[in-house]
Structure formats: structure tokens, C-alpha cells
Design a protein around this ligand. Sequence first.
Ligand code: HEC
Ligand code: HEC
Length: 339
Amino acid sequence: MKKAIITLSVIGALGTGLLLNDSHDSHQDEHHGHGHGHEDEHAHVHEESTKAQIALVSPIPNDQDYNAPLASLGFTLFNDPKLSSNGKVSCASCHNLATNGAEITPVSTGVKGAGDRNSLTVFNSSLNYRFFWDGRANTLLEQLDGPVENPLEMDSSWEEIETYVLGNTHYKEMFTGAGLKISKDNIKLALTEFMRALNTPNAPFDRYLEGETTALNEQQTRGWNEFQDQGCINCHRGVNIGGGLVTRFGYFGLPDNAEEETSAKSNMFRVASLRNVAQTAPYFHDGSVESLREAITIMAKVQLGKELSEQSIEDIHSFLQTLTGEKPQILQGGVNAKN
Ligand code: HEC
Ligand code: HEC
């Protein structure tokens, strides 16, 4: 436990360091460092800055590279409530595949009808660098123990799940079909393979990054520029526009409604991925904020110490809509009818 806390604060320190280094000047350095030195003389300031920033964000790869039989086995496990202690809660109970891979309630409810965290979406989760709201798990495989063993979630164990799967003829066929024997490790492998198949590529912003400049309209382009100029990109970056850093929530104070957090020793959280963010309300780890505009306002205030203008909030809001991608391929067509 102690070790985990130390690791988090080191990462926190790195996060802060990164922020300090990411002043506008160092963006200039980066700009030259990456050799984008040959823009034509008509280039606008924003176009230049966009070129420099593109190195900080990247599109979701379009090729859905996963093992299909294994992922479809994972799909079946994901939807199976028998994996939980009372036979009623599946992964899909809290991660709705028909909507956004998460759920719309502020906090999740597990086998005992109570929970303490807003569910994270499983869409694009395999592209995150660390897992859970506080970044405590290092790999997707490691995070799997969380929901399975958490008494508030599925309240089960891999031993119990293995015994159940071993006794089920349908699973026997599916494992044989995927060329695997039934074991705890292979059950986890199937679940993680399914999650690797849950990417949502081809968002308008991805197409924009790939050179289709008309994929963003005028307001959305202004919003993207604001997102960079205001400093959101210092934290929300990488392929998931977040998901790769653990930082303090509230460098400049806490949101007004966050009383419970003031007593918390550290307030370290993973920078949330903004992929599909227009569809993943409510916001923040406690699901306390329903409106995306309000989430943007709070972020500017507590992470950047800034009061944004109405126009700027509207523009960023409109840019964030362009991060909504296509439904994962594996859920298109007949597959999600099973859900
Ligand atoms: C009772 C509700 C519930 C159930 C059941 C549940 N989850 Fe979750 N899941 C959550 C919540 C809440 C979080 C965020 C927890 C946190 O950060 O502390 C989460 C986080 C995750 C994440 C992390 C995403 C990220 O970006 O870090 C993944 C992946 C995930 N769950 C997959 C699964 C799988 C696979 C199962 C089934 C084995 C499952 N979940 C079952 C509620 C649930
Ligand atoms: C210092 C780092 C940092 C900066 C700068 C920052 N954010 Fe965040 N952002 C975070 C963290 C950390 C979270 C997760 C907070 C939590 O755990 O509830 C987050 C969460 C969010 C969320 C909620 C996502 C969700 O699914 O709940 C939105 C929306 C958001 N940020 C937008 C922005 C915008 C827009 C800006 C610029 C005005 C910005 N952020 C600047 C670190 C940052």
C-alpha cells in the first residue's frame, strides 16, 4: 500500500514537472526540435501551433488488430452475470456496451447495491497508460482483479470463476474453438482481448489529424486552438487525449462541490481520457458533474487557475464533440444483439 502511494506521488511529481516544462516557450522548442521548420509564409500562428501540438496527440489506429475467437469469448464472459457472487452482476451491468461502455449513474452499483466510483468507459481503455481513476493499476490485466474481487462490485474470485467456466459446456466449446484450455489466465486473456477490440476509431478529430482539414468546422477548430492555448493539452494528450498521466485534481483549489475530497491526503487522479467525452456524463471520478460545459469550466478553474469566457467554453465544448468515434467494430452488426 505504502509503495503504491509513493509510486503515485512520484508520477504526480513527474506530471507537475511536465506542466512546468510545458510553458509556451518550451512548445516553441518542441516546435523546432521536431523539425517543423518549413511552414510557408502564409501560415497563421494557429496553424503553426497546431502542427507543433500534433506531436502531442495522435489518432486511434484504424486497423482493429485483435484475435477474433478470443475476443468473442471475452464478449461472452463480459456479459455473463454468473461471474459474480450473486449471479446478477456482469461486467456489462456497469459498462453498457450498447451506449458508451460506462453507465449513466454517478456511481456504480454492484452486488450489494452500493458503489463509490463513477464507472469508467471500457471503450479505448486498452490505449490508456494507467488504469482506474487514480491510475493505481499498471496494466489492463492487473486492473481486472479490481472489479472481480471488489466486494462492492462482483465480489467473486478467479478460482470461483474458473470452476464455473469449467463446468459449462458452452464455454468448453468456445475455449476449444479459440485453441485454449480453460484456466484463470486464459479467462483473463479473453477478457483483455475483448477490451482491446473496443476501440472507437475515425472520430472527426482523428480524420482532422490525418489531414482532412474539413472534418472540423470553424467553431470546432477554434475550440481545438483554445484547448491548446489555454493549456488543456498539457495534461490531456496522447492517443486518448488523456489517460497517460496522474496529476493532482485541483492545483488551484477544488470544485465547490468536492467537500469529501478536502479531507483526502492526496488528491491524485489520472488525467481522464476525453475520447467520447460528449457521451460519458456524468463527469469526474465521483460523477458529481452532469454538464460538459460545467466540467470544462471547473477544469479551467481548478487545473489552470483561469476563468474562461463564454465563447471559449462554447468553442471547447464544440471541439470535444469531435472526439466521438465510431462504435467498436466487434459490436457492429449481430454481436450486440446478444446483449
Ligand atoms: C459494479 C460495477 C462494475 C462492474 C461489475 C465492473 N466494473 Fe469495471 N469499472 C467500474 C468502476 C466504478 C470503474 C472505475 C473504478 C475506479 O477507478 O476506482 C471501473 C473501471 C474499469 C476499467 C478501467 C478503465 C480505465 O480506463 O482505467 C476497466 C477496463 C473495467 N472496469 C473493466 C471491467 C471488466 C472486464 C469487468 C468484469 C470482469 C468489470 N469492469 C466489472 C465498475 C464496474
Ligand atoms: C493539470 C492537469 C489538467 C489540466 C491542465 C486539465 N485537465 Fe481535465 N482532467 C484532469 C484530471 C486529473 C481529470 C480527472 C479528474 C477526476 O478524477 O475526477 C480531468 C478530467 C477532465 C474532464 C472530465 C472527464 C470525465 O470523463 O469525467 C474533462 C471534460 C476535462 N478534464 C476537460 C479539460 C479541459 C477542457 C481542460 C482545459 C480547460 C482541462 N481538462 C485541463 C487533468 C487536467
